[in-house]
Design a protein around this ligand. Structure first.
Ligand code: 5GP
Ligand code: MG
Ligand code: MG
Length: 180
């Protein structure tokens, strides 16, 4: 699996430092509150667990599963809800946690879906932000890294469901796509 990686963009140490920085910021911003942290499956799983352990807060957690990619390296454009959250978010301080913000369609969809349920506040935290990928307006409140417009894998991000368990974020070798 590691042999398929052309270059590492963010090492385990880089990611750890980003989680510490974001966790400290959230701890400060949500002091005295009990935020509900909602992770967007499946790409978020590693970031969600590392970030939460850097937050010194009484936070409860839930997950939502949406899909917009259907196997390739470009978004299909259509976002569908695979599995909803299991709690009522009315009057809650909601923090959405994402692996990567690209076209913005997923976040625009989630914002529309969840804000209609009247949370007290609604903020977005993403490990990676690809500003050049944007096709609809979407902005994260907390960002780990701004990334170039390349297809990334690792630390939760997949190519055809694999490579999620790489401990770093990297770029795949072009021949990996060519062979498919
Ligand atoms: P958006 O809806 O903003 O275009 O994309 C959100 C989702 O698309 C992400 O949560 C992620 O699953 C997928 N995605 C966007 N860019 C990348 C990328 O560079 N690599 C991988 N593996 N997935 C991506
Ligand atoms: Mg995602
Ligand atoms: Mg994917």
């Amino acid at each position: 699996m590691n042999n398929d990686i052309e270059r590492v963009l963010y090492s385990q140490d880089d990611i750890k430092a980003a989680c510490q920085r974001l966790g400290a910021q959230l701890t400060q911003d949500y002091a005295g509150k009990k935020p509900l942290v909602i992770g967007v499956l499946k790409g978020v799983i590693f970031f969600m667990t590392d970030l939460l352990r850097e937050m010194d807060l009484m936070a409860d957690i839930d997950f939502i599963d949406v899909s917009s990619y259907h196997g390739g390296t470009a978004s299909s454009g259509q976002v569908t809800l695979e599995q909803d959250i299991s709690v009522d978010i009315k009057d809650r301080d909601v923090i959405i946690v994402e692996d990567i913000l690209d076209s913005g369609r997923t976040l625009a969809y989630l914002k529309n879906l969840l804000e209609a349920r009247n949370p007290r506040s609604f903020k977005i935290c993403t490990l990676l932000d690809k500003p050049e990928g944007r096709t609809v307006e979407a902005k994260a409140d907390y960002v780990g890294f701004d990334v170039p417009n390349e297809f990334l894998v690792g630390y939760g991000l997949d190519y055809q469901e694999f490579y999620r368990n790489l401990p770093y974020v990297g770029v795949l070798k072009p021949e990996v796509y060519a062979n498919k």
